[in-house]
Design a protein around this ligand. Structure first.
Ligand code: SF4
Length: 263
């Protein structure tokens, strides 16, 4: 993500990492070895993305629950040590595979138009470029032949990340595809929850304002530390270092910023 006086490029995956924890994000940028280590959530996300991608590579008749199980055996990490304990590792795998199977079988017939591709667009009202990795973009089975749905499979339900994804996707699609998706789904494989957002033209000014706010907050990110996401902290490689420092002062700043971002 380029950061100058005014941010000119926002890349979704970097923005997500920054929202999860600005402190760790900045440490990664400065090549801090520990900060660069992958955590359990990232390993799960890696597996989930591969399972979804491989599932949709198959013809609809071959997309079965057994296939999801086989793909999970192929892609799920064997690195138990990256989880809180062995029980957490096995529970996470069990839950994720069960929910993922349910989600995928509901969409068994879907024919993705876009599948795990990165796209880029220039958004004139923001004078800024956005890049976004689209996991699944599929035809809306209940709409016209130009209606489409954007779907993102996630392993956590960080509220800031989800709200940002919804606004950014609306702005991106409006600019790049000239038409809003009829629905933006966040599919949480740990809880089994499907979070649906129906963007409308009337909401675009609000989404643009949100992205403007992100644009102004980004250069200040290094002063922030997010300490209110317990699940993220539990498997963070920086945990000991981070908690040995004064978290309280910065926590307040983060809470204020978070309040702005979730407006
Ligand atoms: S322990 Fe938590 S607050 Fe500290 S760097 Fe890791 S994710 Fe951020």
């Amino acid at each position: 993500m380029e950061q100058s006086a005014a941010v000119k490029l926002i890349e979704d995956y970097k923005l997500e990492e920054l929202l999860r924890c600005p402190y760790r994000f900045i440490k990664r940028q400065t090549a801090n070895k520990r900060a660069g280590e992958v955590n359990g959530r990232q390993l799960m996300q890696f597996a989930v993305s591969h399972i979804v991608n491989d599932f949709y590579e198959l013809p609809p008749h071959a997309r079965t629950a057994d296939v999801v199980k086989r793909l999970a055996e192929r892609w799920w990490t064997p690195r138990v040590a990256k989880f809180e304990n062995a029980e957490h590792y096995w529970d996470s795998k069990l839950q994720a595979v069960a929910h993922l199977t349910a989600f995928l079988l509901e969409e068994q017939e879907a024919a993705p138009i876009i599948q795990f591709e990165q796209h880029r667009t220039f958004v004139e009202p923001l004078d800024m470029e956005l890049t976004q990795i689209f996991q699944i973009v599929a035809e809306d089975p209940y709409g016209t032949n130009t209606d489409y749905i954007v779907q993102k499979f996630v392993v956590d339900e960080d509220e800031d990340v989800i709200v940002t994804f919804q606004h950014m996707t609306a702005v991106f699609c409006n600019s790049a595809f000239g038409k809003l998706p009829s629905r933006i789904d966040v599919l949480s494989v740990m809880s089994g929850q499907r979070i649906c957002y129906y963007p409308s033209e009337a909401d675009i000014p609000q989404s643009l304002d949100y992205m403007r706010l992100v644009q102004t907050v980004l250069p200040e990110a290094e002063r922030l530390r997010k300490s209110n996401n317990v699940a993220e902290c539990r498997s963070c490689p920086l945990r000991s270092e981070c908690f040995s420092k004064t978290a309280e002062a910065t926590a307040e700043a983060v809470l204020q910023k978070s309040a702005c971002l979730t407006m």
